[in-house]
Design a protein around this ligand. Structure first.
Ligand code: FHN
Length: 468
């Protein structure tokens, strides 16, 4: 008896220990808000769902080769991987002349691919700026090209109705005041100078290109940034002062304890989760999020010699769908060549994706997580704040029967192919279980079925979409 009382006390105290909420820290530089942003700018960002990432800069010239040697790593890192001296790297700048950079052509290609927003590397880790910056000579103005490439890009993309976001690397291999860590007073002073310089550049970008919708910061993982979380807060506030609608991902931020992306209380810092690089969550997400993806395994800047697996259009389409299905955005990277032209593989890929998006984009744009049990044949998305649900079918069962379990009381009122011909027959096979019979033939491409769902006699619909 004594033992059982003792064990009871032990179990009870253990349980109460687990049920206790983690003590929250008082943070000065943590998350700015807990809930999602609801303003128009963020709603637009969210409804975009699919975008184009453009990685372009001096590194696009060597394209993964230096002094006759092939470097298999990410081509945009060649300065670091080939240990190129500052002087040698600067010789690329002195000859940089991307005369084939056809911004209007690229923008048209992006629009036809279905991209609703685009991202471009304004300054990569190498520190080179693709706009004429009054804060550095290491910029496009000091190349044979001379013209403002960033302006060409943003004007052309905006003209095609595409929003533009700026990639900006905080890490800077070129600036003398950049520090990886802060070990003494002099590091601290240098890093402060660097941060002020960088803030000026951001202000310059926001002032000179006022239609920019957001900033995509990168290279924020070093100790210098983590030890100065307040700087990241200040930069965020500065941007909001200039443009209250500006959107910034979680990569910029660190709190006073050095926690990145999510503060020490677990709350996201920034407007969307920016950690999904070359991977997707494939689960319900609390926050807005975005995946950025390369075409080969890990090449962002132009590499003349792609080795290993190169993604097919079907794979990419599945990722676009897989992102929308879990309430996220998807960005596909393009790495123009050193002369500014786009490689054929990327042109072809964009064309194939565009064909599919043109017919099926209805299930991507302005769509959200459907809150339905995903099935082996593919993914559900749901048109925002409606009971219109889409099924994207990637794996067609041999018997051509698409099964689904729906929440209690939910019914399939109608089901029809979005673009392929033929009828879809609805069978209510069991309680909460529906079978869709599709024509018995070969399906060569992923296809979409549009459903109208209802909750029968129940008063409320099966899912009350959050009004975001
Ligand atoms: O180091 C970069 C890399 O080159 C590329 O730009 C990616 C894109 O998300 N970001 C960094 C690594 O996280």
């Amino acid at each position: 008896m004594r033992i059982s009382i003792l064990s009871f006390i032990l179990i009870a105290s253990t349980l109460s220990l687990f049920s206790q909420e983690k003590p929250q820290k008082q943070l000065k530089y943590g998350a700015q808000r807990i809930e999602k942003r609801t303003d128009k700018a963020m709603q637009k960002w969210r409804s975009n769902r699919f975008g184009q990432f453009v990685t372009f800069g001096l590194f696009s010239v060597p394209g993964g080769h230096w002094e006759g040697k092939y470097y298999p790593g990410a081509a945009e890192w060649i300065k670091s991987s080939a240990k190129i001296s500052d002087v040698d790297y600067d010789s690329i700048r002195a000859n940089f002349n991307p005369t084939e950079f056809d911004a209007p052509g690229m923008a048209k290609m992006a629009r036809k691919m279905g991209a609703k927003y685009a991202l471009i590397t304004t300054k990569f880790h190498d520190g080179f700026c693709i706009w004429p910056s009054k804060y550095t000579d290491f910029d496009i103005e000091n190349t044979p090209y001379q013209k403002d490439l960033l302006k060409e890009f943003i004007d052309a993309y905006n003209k095609e109705g595409i929003d533009v976001v700026f990639y900006y690397s905080v890490l800077d291999w070129h600036h003398p005041d950049w520090r990886y860590d802060i070990k003494n007073k002099s590091d601290s002073l240098a890093f402060k100078r660097y941060w002020d310089w960088m803030t000026n550049q951001v202000e310059e970008l926001m002032t000179n290109y006022p239609t920019v919708k957001g900033f995509w910061y990168d290279g924020t993982w070093d100790a210098s940034v983590k030890k100065n979380g307040n700087y990241t807060w200040d930069l965020m506030k500065k941007m909001q002062e200039i443009n209250p609608r500006i959107i910034s991902g979680s990569r910029l931020r660190a709190d006073e304890y050095g926690a990145r992306h999510f503060d020490s209380n677990g709350n996201m810092m920034g407007d969307y989760e920016q950690g999904w690089e070359r991977k997707l969550p494939y689960k319900r997400m609390e926050n807005d999020w975005e995946c950025v993806m390369t075409v080969p395994e890990n090449q962002w800047g132009y590499h003349s010699d792609w080795r290993g697996h190169v993604k097919t259009s079907t794979e990419v389409i599945e990722m676009i769908v897989g992102s929308a299905a879990y309430g996220g955005n998807f960005m596909l990277n393009f790495g123009p060549k050193g002369d500014g032209s786009i490689r054929n593989e990327e042109v072809e890929l964009a064309r194939k994706i565009g064909n599919w998006m043109d017919e099926n984009g209805e299930m991507i744009y302005d769509c959200e997580y459907a809150d339905l049990e995903m099935q082996k044949w593919g993914y559900f998305t749901r048109k925002k704040n409606t009971n219109t649900v889409y099924m994207a079918v990637f794996n067609v069962p041999v018997d051509k029967v698409l099964k689904m379990n729906l929440p209690k009381g939910v019914k399939v009122d109608s089901a029809e192919f979005l673009t392929v011909s033929g009828d879809v027959e609805i069978e209510e096979a069991a309680k909460n279980e529906f079978y869709l019979h599709i024509p018995k033939r070969k399906y060569r491409e992923p296809f979409v079925i549009k459903l109208e769902l209802s909750s029968g006699n129940r008063e409320s619909m099966f899912y009350v979409a959050p009004r975001i």
